[in-house]
Design a protein around this ligand. Structure first.
Ligand SMILES: [Ca+2]
Length: 338
């Protein structure tokens, strides 16, 4: 009897040991699976950061400054004591992604924030390329390969708007209006009055431009050429409803609709400009020597051609790339952001 009881105890210990072993094996297996899925880690890293940011916000009434973020951890000190919200901010090593690391920017004095990152492959509903995180959620941006500048117009406050990739930050000039996400394509956006509103960029010129991508909701009353991003030096312009290279219009009047969000892309390759609407190739024309655009969003050249070329309507998610994107990439951007 006694032996039988002791044996039962040994059995029990063995069973406990086996359960422990299985448990630790499943932890290791889970760890391995995570290591294999770098993209999932990137997304989950940022989600954890977002949770810490929300805790920070709930205590501090603001999101961290760029300097606080650059310290590598999320913490606060004050009369209420010291709180650490995140010991160590995860670091991404995306060599394929413009900006590389998780790119954090506080918005409106910490009332909101943006984080830009990238993934290599599809994760859930997110497509390969740029991923954009804000307090409102996560959004795919499509390819960031060759992306020079990206203006998402998401500040929704104040008179400046950030270039999320480069340093061509803009000053909102002559009263272009912030619009809330319900009126816009991706989070908030800008409305231009068609008279004199524009965004004045930090850069004198933007060179190496091969692709321009933008969402617009043009006013139906915009019946003449309207600039998306201007160029005076190179005498080249990008217009709604037509675009013009000094001698040639590509007829798009009947294709660009007023009062509807449409995605426009202009791709420059081999002395040709290709024009896309909503990810579909529309037409192509000779358009030599595009490399440089000037520092104005929403107008051709202030004071030179007032009002006639000023953009009229909503604009969102304007980007420029230093390479000619393929038709598939254009389509992917449209699909990711539509
Ligand atoms: Ca936006």
């Amino acid at each position: 009897m006694n032996n039988k009881k002791a044996f039962t105890l040994v059995e029990l210990l063995v069973v406990i040991a086996i359960i422990g072993l299985i448990a630790s094996l499943s932890v290791i297996a889970l760890g391995n699976a995570r290591q294999k899925s770098r993209d999932s880690k990137r997304v989950s890293d940022v989600k954890q950061v977002q949770t810490a940011l929300e805790l920070f916000f709930s205590d501090q009434g603001r999101y961290p400054t760029a300097t606080e973020w650059a310290s590598g951890s999320l913490y606060a000190t004050g009369t209420m004591g010291t709180t650490t919200y995140m010991e160590r901010i995860p670091v991404s090593t995306n060599t394929f992604c413009s900006g590389g690391d998780y790119n954090y920017r506080p918005i409106s004095n910490g009332a909101s924030y943006l984080i830009m990152s990238c993934i290599e492959n599809v994760v859930g509903q997110l497509v390969s390329g740029g991923i954009y995180y804000s307090p409102e959620g996560i959004k795919s941006l499509g390819t960031t390969n060759g992306l020079i500048s990206s203006w998402q117009f998401d500040e929704n406050f104040g008179t400046s708007t950030a270039d999320l990739i480069g340093t061509n930050h803009g000053v909102i000039t002559n009263g272009a209006l912030w619009k809330n996400s319900g009126d816009c394509k991706i989070s908030s956006c800008l409305y231009f009055d068609g008279l004199d509103d524009y965004v004045y960029l930090n850069a004198n010129t933007l060179s190496g431009v091969k692709t321009i991508s933008v969402w617009i909701k043009a006013s139906p009353s915009a019946t003449y050429k309207r600039a998306i991003i201007g160029s005076y030096i190179a005498q080249l312009n990008y217009f709604y409803p037509s675009h013009y290279n000094g001698s040639t219009y590509l007829s798009s009047n009947s294709l660009v609709s007023g009062d509807v969000w449409q995605h426009l892309s202009f791709v420059f390759y081999d002395s040709q400009m290709s024009f896309y609407i909503d990810g579909n190739f529309i037409n192509q024309a000779s358009f030599p020597n595009l490399n440089t655009v000037s520092r104005y969003i929403g107008v051709f050249q202030p004071g030179v051609y007032p009002s006639s070329f000023a953009f009229l309507g909503y604009m969102d998610d304007l980007r420029i790339y230093n390479r000619a994107l393929s038709a598939d990439e254009i389509k992917a951007i449209y699909d990711a952001t539509k």
